[in-house]
Design a protein around this ligand. Structure first.
Ligand code: CA
Length: 226
């Protein structure tokens, strides 16, 4: 993702929040710089400030749209309050959405996700959700309301299997078959080890425990207290 913003404090805040969500962040502080960076490497999305030195955000947006290779690049404009009348012009220049400053990080993240989902419908089919937990299979990213979650490959496959069958209880043997493969011989205790790691990763932000341990039966993705 490319963030184009000339206010250092806001740029730092945006970087912090986007990285927390698992995005890789590139920075540009003016419009010309932004266009050069896009030419070098097309990002997934551009967060583009409206008021920029040298080239305005609107002009940058127009130039992106004229570029054949980067023409479909999602663009979200950041505008200051009072510039709302320019909103229509912002959309006219081909921006996919706009966010008015000051905005909350949560609002911005929601808009980013919405734009990415809308523009890449193939991707949205690759998203598994359960409560505030989201697994993006294409990007290989997992997040909860409080931010990105980093999982090892086994925990990722385990969570994927549970997300594909929410609330269903799986025995340790069934999980071994589904996650490790039917030809792999491992002790069922291995499942407990990886479930524990998965649970720790998912709960590190202090959210509700999403994995239910069913005595003598196995595990399910199911908030225990509901
Ligand atoms: Ca600015």
């Amino acid at each position: 993702m490319l963030v184009v913003e000339d206010e250092p404090a806001l740029l730092t805040l945006l970087r912090y929040n986007l990285e927390h969500e698992g995005f890789e962040v590139g920075e540009a502080v003016d419009g010309e710089d932004a266009l050069l960076m896009i030419e070098e490497r097309i990002p997934d999305l551009v967060l583009l400030d409206w008021m920029l030195p040298t080239l305005s955000g609107m002009e940058v947006c127009r130039q992106i749209r004229r570029n054949t290779e980067a023409g479909n690049l999602p663009v979200i404009m950041l505008t200051a309050r009072g510039e709302e009348s320019d909103r229509v012009r912002g959309l006219d220049c081909g921006a996919d959405d706009y966010v008015v400053k000051p905005f909350s990080p949560n609002e911005l993240m929601a808009r980013i996700r919405a734009v990415l989902r809308r523009l890449r419908p193939a991707l949205s089919a690759n998203v598994l959700e359960f409560g505030d937990l989201v697994m993006d299979l294409a990007a290989h990213r997992v997040s909860r309301a409080d931010g990105a979650i980093h999982l090892g490959p086994t925990e990722f496959r385990l969570l994927k299997h549970l997300l594909e069958h929410p609330r269903r209880v799986f025995s340790r043997e069934q999980l071994l078959d589904a996650v490790w493969g039917p030809d792999v011989f491992l002790e069922t205790r291995t499942v407990d080890v990886h479930v524990r790691r998965l649970r720790q990763a998912l709960n590190k932000g202090g959210g509700a425990d999403l994995i239910r341990t069913v005595r003598a039966a196995g595990y399910a993705l199911d908030p225990e207290k509901s």
